[in-house]
Design a protein around this ligand. Sequence first.
Ligand SMILES: [Zn+2]
Length: 188
Amino acid sequence: MSDAGKTRCAWAKGELMEAYHDSEWGVQTLDEQKLYELFLLEAFQAGLSWYIILKKRENFRKAFDGFDVHKIAGYGEDKIAELLGDAGIIRSRGKIEGAINNARCFLDIQKEFGSFAAYLYHFTDGKPVVNLTDEMKTTTALSDTMSLDMKKRGMKYMGSVTLYSYLQAIGVVNDHDTTCFCHPSALD
Ligand SMILES: [Zn+2]
């Protein structure tokens, strides 16, 4: 099937980004495993392009035990050394230690709220936020509030910009361009 006639968000260029845009980005997910996978990946993205992370995604999956949050929460110095030697991922000690720290915070939140999804959506009255304009934002009042709350809970590498990118990815915020075939108004 040819997708040539489809209008996408302007950033979705190239095969990998198009596939991600079409099948994942902005699609609301309540799956805890998926919520965690993207949470980890977004934190590694900070300061880099999402394309780099997508290209390395399967390397990350292998290196981080299939994004098993319980396993990651228990990583020690040996595993950190192994990860620092893995050229397939982003070899930043800060981000690797951040991921381990965040896995522990993620589990604490799951325990407190019943699920990470419940935690995320208690900020938005239980429903996704649809952006009805084409204004490209990098943060919003919502991401500021949530980022601050996560910081208080001990999360690292989850500043408002990174968090907003995460909210877009998992569909808490739907930020497709209004002309994009994935925008909710195009699906009516
Ligand atoms: Zn789009």
